[in-house]
Design a protein around this ligand. Structure first.
Ligand code: DON
Length: 570
């Protein structure tokens, strides 16, 4: 056999590899998987310097605020789930809060309805997502600082410094950012975004050109030098308040001074031998995820083929029920001390829910009871593991892509429009998807209900799967299906991430499915059962790590739906 034969054999071997293996990164010592290759590298560099998973997460989060500004942020909020190498798990809640001057009816017009306006993208949107009043008190800096105080090991300044350098020296504008730059140049109703991607000479930064953010670099320096106070007090805080006063926002200095991030007990559930840890309220993600996993545990999935009619029906029915319960019960736990979290995540409750699923026909979502609201389009998740086996699952957001689009040119960062996650209109729940239940009504100082679902699954008491996604309410369902794919259908993390997904959120009563997922026959069969089906381009942008303990290796996978994402290990 000569070299040509060997080459042909090698080529055939490559062709014969299973097609459903996408992109796996293997590493022994640490892994960071995020929506930005630059930010993943920042995290890995911190791990290599001896930082732990929390240190790397803080550095990655600041880096994403520079390189992935549609969702990476210091002007928004989010959640961190942390499991140490011994399996001890906790969470940090740094969700935004309603300003103290907010009122329950602040987004209602004289007729008592929520008015609509035009959002950053030229689309009609409810007014609670538009303008300076849509900005919640940001939580990200407080959350990262609290994580550092409790669990960090390297000096805080070392974790902020890499992002200062990227903001100051710039990085090549990628295709996604370039598309945003030209879109906002032509269309943005918000001046800040029209100027956001410009160079010193006033021209828009072109694809591949270096984009610098000097104002953001200066803001990050304050945070580097003064920690939490660098954002919530002093020069930055004064500039935030000046901005609010000039643009009709209602955040005051008292809101900034009083903002605190909170350590909370995770929501915990099990699926067979696995333990699942996720975010408690003010996220609805953990509760809904556990409820759905409990329902699926009751089904004999060995007899239900992946993506079959029975599979889609069962998964959609589990989603329908979890989302109805979400709407009925969940909100900020500081304002709703009596939420039945134990009940919702119990095996007996799942049994009630499971027993009411008819495997021959679709249930009907009844809007006279509960519903849901607008679906946002951007958030970002990353997963980190270090050499010692500590794991971090972190999702944070500005709510919509580029949030409110508003910001001060002195500060260089974008404010969220998270106030849109509150239920804006008491008692108004309808089939088109508005929710008016009380747990998540707007109240001063309250955190708005979230769907972000940063999750860690443990096996034998140690991190096994670290996972999360952006996608508004679809987050809960894409994380759910990815976890199920690994735990019940034995997929590797990359297959589980890339596998096509569905989404049902109770109201509207529709199964959304990724275009390639369902064969015409399966669609027909589901329609015959009473389901309505609508296709979507894609669901989820999952960033995950799986631990192969037998071989002592970490497997990282970044969803191919984001070409800028990267799993980097060492
Ligand atoms: O917290 C939430 O559930 C939403 N504000 C997240 C928004 C979102 O994920 C939009 N993303 N793709």
């Amino acid at each position: 056999m000569n070299n040509t034969h060997l080459f042909i054999l090698a080529f055939l071997f490559v062709l014969m590899q299973p097609k459903d293996v996408f992109s796996q990164t293997y590493a022994r010592n640490g892994m960071v998987v995020s929506s930005s290759e630059i930010a993943s590298q920042v995290g890995i560099d911190i791990l290599k310097k001896g930082g732990n998973a929390i240190d790397a997460s803080i550095a990655t989060a600041f880096a994403l605020a520079v390189t992935h500004p549609s969702a990476g942020n210091i002007g928004g909020g989010g959640f961190l789930v942390f499991m140490d190498s011994a399996g001890v798990t906790t969470t940090i809640d740094f969700r935004e809060k309603a300003p103290l001057n907010a009122t329950t009816d602040m987004f209602l017009n004289d007729a008592g309805d929520v008015s609509t306006g035009t959002n950053l993208y030229g689309n009609k949107s409810t007014i609670n997502h538009i303008g300076a009043k849509s900005i919640g008190v940001p939580g990200t800096v407080a959350g990262l600082y609290l994580a550092h105080q409790k669990f960090g090991s390297l000096p805080w300044a070392d974790l902020v410094q890499p992002s200062i350098e990227i903001a100051k020296n710039g990085f090549p504008l990628n295709w996604g950012l370039y598309r945003a730059a030209i879109f906002f140049d032509d269309n943005s109703p918000v001046l800040f975004l029209r100027n956001y991607f410009r160079k010193d000479n006033g021209e828009i930064t072109q694809f591949g050109e270096i984009w610098k953010q000097p104002a953001l670099a200066n803001t990050l320096k304050e945070i580097r030098d003064h920690g939490r106070d660098g954002f919530y007090k002093g020069r930055i805080a004064k500039e935030i308040i000046k901005f609010m006063e000039e643009h009709g926002g209602i955040i005051t200095m008292v809101d900034l001074e009083q903002y605190i991030a909170v350590e909370r007990k995770p929501i915990k559930g099990t699926y067979k031998d696995y333990e699942i840890y996720s975010m408690p309220p003010p996220s609805s993600g953990g509760v809904a995820l556990i409820e759905m996993m409990n329902v699926m545990e009751l089904a004999n999935l060995d007899t239900i083929e992946f993506n079959s009619t029975a599979y889609v029906h069962l998964v959609a029915e589990a989603m329908r029920r979890a989302f109805a319960d979400r709407a009925e019960y969940l909100g900020d736990s500081d304002f709703n001390p009596d939420m039945p979290l134990d009940k919702l995540t119990s095996k007996s409750f799942a049994k009630e829910r499971f027993n009411h699923i008819d495997m021959t026909k679709a249930s009907v979502s009844d809007s006279s009871k509960f519903g849901q609201l607008y679906d946002g389009t951007n958030t970002t998740h990353f997963s980190v593991m270090d050499k010692a086996g500590n794991a971090v699952s972190l999702t944070y957001t500005l709510e919509h892509s580029y949030g409110s689009g508003m910001g001060s040119s002195q500060l260089g960062f974008i404010f969220n429009n998270e106030m849109g996650d509150f239920n804006p209109q008491p008692n108004m729940t309808n089939n088109s998807g508005q929710i008016g239940t009380s747990a998540n009504l707007l109240q001063p100082g309250k955190r708005m209900l979230s769907s972000m679902t940063p999750t860690i699954v443990a096996k034998d008491g140690k991190p096994y799967l670290v996972i999360g996604s952006p996608g508004g309410r679809t987050i809960i369902n894409t994380v759910f299906q990815t976890v199920l794919n690994v735990l019940a259908y034995d997929m590797y993390i990359d297959q589980a991430i890339e596998a096509m997904k569905i989404h049902h959120q109770w109201l509207p009563d529709i199964i959304y499915y990724e275009k390639m997922l369902l064969s015409p026959d399966t669609r027909k069969a589901l329609e015959a059962m009473g389901h309505t089906l609508v296709d979507r381009d894609e669901l989820g942008e999952l960033m995950g790590i799986q631990v192969d303990r037998e071989n002592n290796v970490l497997i990282g996978a970044s969803d191919s739906s984001n070409p800028n994402g990267a799993a980097i290990g060492y």
